[in-house]
Design a protein around this ligand. Structure first.
Ligand code: HEC
Ligand code: HEC
Ligand code: HEC
Ligand code: HEC
Ligand code: HEC
Length: 335
């Protein structure tokens, strides 16, 4: 038995020291030292919330379409994903490390504060409550709907980039320094497009680095010969923050192979835009800022040759070149 599947429910509006005390009681009960009576769920608690559990499953029961999108998104996998668990293992399951991957509600800890690891239902990762639960147990929404069972309360911060900032710290900083922030183009305006099937719907799929089409849409590549040189430019023309967005795992490089008509390779060379040693820190300077261009210059060797230029993207630094996603590919004849 664990505390989360016992009948103990700790009301959310209880002062934190009482919650701590209750948690201690829970631990004591687990140890069999003390038998606690059943605590009653607070009267205000959501309709249908089973005692002693969080409400994520309940949210999904009443909002099945949003629930399906969330299930397909990486927010639902942010704890259970094997790559994440392997990384946690490497860092000795540091709570600070794990916090954003199974957090308490960002509204409860505050949008400008660090998020806190929660003790229950970690396998649901970044779930409905992580983003929607307000300190008083109501749900953050665009509109106040007094008659809806979950008691939505109009919360303007939910629709702004600051709702993503507690967890996406670096990307938020990148975004804030960009023209997108100045023109009011929020994270949600790109990552949560309207859903036609739901009136007022906003997608919860959150496509990003795991979505090939999104990675392709974020940057464009152009190539040209100038004398004895091949110039390759990669422009971040459509990503609202540095490209690639994630700092600790993604690798991005330009690869050029030049071949003569008989197939002889005269040049095989790579220019690294962003590389990373597994599990090490990395500066964001070498990702491409919004609107900016990365330029690589290659020699043209023994022309005429056919050049194959590829922009390669790896989700994890240990992936081999053959496993990389070809973001863009161009063939050109060099004289
Ligand atoms: C018992 C059913 C039920 C449960 C459980 C429930 N909701 Fe709702 N929710 C509704 C209904 C009904 C509405 C009103 C829909 C409408 O009028 O368009 C609503 C509205 C909302 C809205 C506002 C939508 C808008 O148009 O602005 C949000 C956000 C929301 N719910 C989130 C949640 C979250 C998060 C949870 C879990 C904590 C949850 N709901 C649990 C039934 C439920
Ligand atoms: C409570 C923490 C938290 C909040 C708030 C949050 N995210 Fe995330 N998000 C995460 C974590 C953790 C991941 C990584 C999941 C994984 O890959 O395991 C993630 C992943 C993503 C991804 C990447 C998916 C992919 O394919 O790699 C996108 C896009 C994203 N979030 C967008 C947003 C946006 C937009 C907001 C604000 C509306 C937001 N997130 C709010 C924690 C959060
Ligand atoms: C401040 C919140 C936060 C903390 C703390 C945090 N992460 Fe993350 N993590 C994220 C977010 C958000 C993402 C999604 C990618 C992005 O936006 O950078 C992510 C992505 C990842 C990924 C990549 C998942 C994928 O599928 O691409 C791994 C692995 C990971 N984190 C492990 C860790 C480890 C290990 C630690 C501790 C050293 C840690 N995280 C600490 C928020 C956090
Ligand atoms: C990563 C943060 C995040 C998570 C996780 C999340 N939401 Fe949302 N949700 C938002 C944001 C932000 C908006 C408002 C988007 C806007 O106004 O542009 C929103 C809007 C909504 C809406 C109103 C729009 C619509 O599409 O109907 C409902 C209902 C809703 N969420 C329910 C849920 C439920 C249920 C879950 C869990 C299955 C959930 N949300 C998980 C951030 C999140
Ligand atoms: C102008 C549109 C746009 C805006 C605004 C925007 N993004 Fe993105 N985002 C993208 C595109 C395109 C990608 C795919 C390219 C990439 O992976 O960097 C992406 C990728 C991501 C990823 C995945 C990175 C990875 O490597 O897995 C995360 C997380 C993310 N965005 C979060 C955010 C957050 C948080 C904000 C607001 C602070 C935001 N985005 C604003 C377009 C946008």
């Amino acid at each position: 038995m664990t505390c989360s599947d016992s009948q103990v429910h700790i009301p959310q509006h209880t002062p934190s020291w009482i919650r701590l005390a209750l948690a201690a009681v829970c631990v004591a009960a687990l140890a069999g030292v003390l038998a606690v009576g059943r605590l009653r769920p607070d009267a205000e608690s959501l309709a249908g919330r089973p005692t002693g559990t969080r409400r994520n499953a309940a949210c999904r029961e009443c909002h099945p379409a949003v629930g399906d999108e969330w299930q397909r998104s990486f927010h639902s996998k942010s704890w259970s994903d094997p790559n994440v668990q392997a990384a946690f293992e490497h860092f000795g399951h540091d709570r600070k490390c794990e916090s954003c991957h199974a957090p308490q509600s960002v509204f409860q800890t505050g949008l400008t504060n660090e998020v806190a690891l929660r003790n229950e239902e970690r396998e649901s990762g970044v779930d409905c409550l992580s983003c929607h639960e307000l300190a008083d147990g109501r749900v953050a929404a665009r509109r106040t709907l007094p008659d809806a069972p979950c008691r939505p309360l109009a919360t303007p911060e939910l629709a702004g980039s600051q709702a993503c900032a507690p967890c996406h710290v670096a990307i938020y900083d990148d975004w804030q320094q960009s023209a997108y922030a100045r023109s009011g183009k929020t994270c949600q305006s790109c990552h949560q497009p309207a859903v036609a099937q739901r009136a007022g719907g906003a997608s919860h799929l959150y496509p990003g680095g795991h979505d090939d089409a999104w990675v392709r849409s974020g940057a464009e590549m152009s190539c040209r010969q100038q004398g004895a040189e091949l110039i390759v430019q990669v422009r971040n023309h459509a990503t609202g923050h540095n490209y690639p967005g994630e700092r600790h795992n993604r690798v991005l490089l330009v690869q050029v192979i030049q071949r003569q008509t008989d197939g002889t390779i005269t040049l095989a060379q790579q220019a690294v835009i962003k590389d990373i040693t597994p599990f090490r820190g990395e500066s964001s300077a070498d990702r491409i800022r919004p609107g900016e261009v990365f330029q690589a210059v290659f020699p043209v060797v023994d022309p005429p040759v056919a050049a194959e230029v590829q922009l390669l993207y790896k989700r994890f630094p240990w992936h081999r070149d053959e496993e990389a996603l070809t973001v863009h590919r161009q063939l050109l004849e060099l004289q």
